[in-house]
Design a protein. Structure first.
Lengths: 118, 116
């Protein structure tokens, strides 16, 4: 079975500073994908970044980068130059590529509430 | 792009009544729809996976007779909470496989259900 763990229930960061949100995962499947989503208080899920297990380079999307350390099974999200609008809940998620009737389902971590201070 | 329209965005219902939540993919065909439930400040828990034209696959511990899922077409999946009780109050959100954004997953905007 696959598992995603986010050990930081809450994080605080000063505006314009960088922050790292931790995520570790566990799966025996060699082919998997890792996602990060932002969920503001409105509840919508906003896709931020994706990393495939076979990708050689760390994914980057604007101010977001994913620090992928395959041997350590970690996929930390780095947000550079934090903004007040970054305050939200952040989820790490994993998709395994195994078959079956729930093929492609995402398993989510517990989430981290990020608060950006002015 | 890809959009999944989820309705209603919020609903209040009386205990014992049933509530239907719709997720409609507007510009792509969603062969697979995932339904999640989320309590405040907690993670998204997968309830079931529905594939167009076939019965939904429910996760362990989810009552299939209470949470009825129908995926009759490639653009519409519904979740019906039958005989709702206060403990069913939660945030329900759907996610469709397909579309060009989100690396293949498009989420609805969610439904806040309050059972009184």
């Amino acid at each position: 079975a696959q598992k995603i763990t986010q050990t930081q229930p809450g994080m605080f960061v000063q505006e314009k500073e960088a922050v790292t949100l931790d995520c570790t995962y566990d799966t025996s499947d060699p082919s998997y994908g890792l996602f990060w989503y932002k969920q503001p208080s409105s509840g919508e899920m906003i896709f931020l970044i994706y990393q495939g297990s076979y990708d050689q380079q760390n994914a980057t999307e604007g101010r977001y980068s994913l620090n992928f350390q395959k041997a350590r099974k970690s996929a930390n999200l780095v947000i550079s130059a934090s903004q007040l609008g970054d305050s939200a809940m952040y989820f790490c998620a994993m998709r395994v590529h195994a078959g079956g009737t729930s093929y492609g389902k995402l398993t989510f971590g517990q989430g981290t509430i990020l608060t950006v201070h002015p | 792009g890809a959009v999944v329209s989820q309705h209603p965005s919020w609903v209040i219902c009386k205990s014992g009544t049933s509530v239907k939540i719709e997720c409609r993919s507007l510009d792509f065909q969603a062969t697979t729809m995932f339904w999640y439930r989320q309590f405040p400040k907690q993670s998204l828990m997968l309830m079931a996976t529905s594939n167009e034209g076939s019965k939904a696959t429910y996760e362990q511990g989810v009552e299939k007779d209470k949470f009825l899922i129908n995926h009759a077409s490639l653009t519409l999946s519904t979740l019906t909470v039958t005989s709702a009780h206060p403990e069913d109050s939660s945030f329900y959100i759907c996610s469709a496989r397909g579309g060009l954004k989100g690396s293949g997953y498009t989420f609805g905007s969610g439904t806040r259900l309050t059972v009184v």
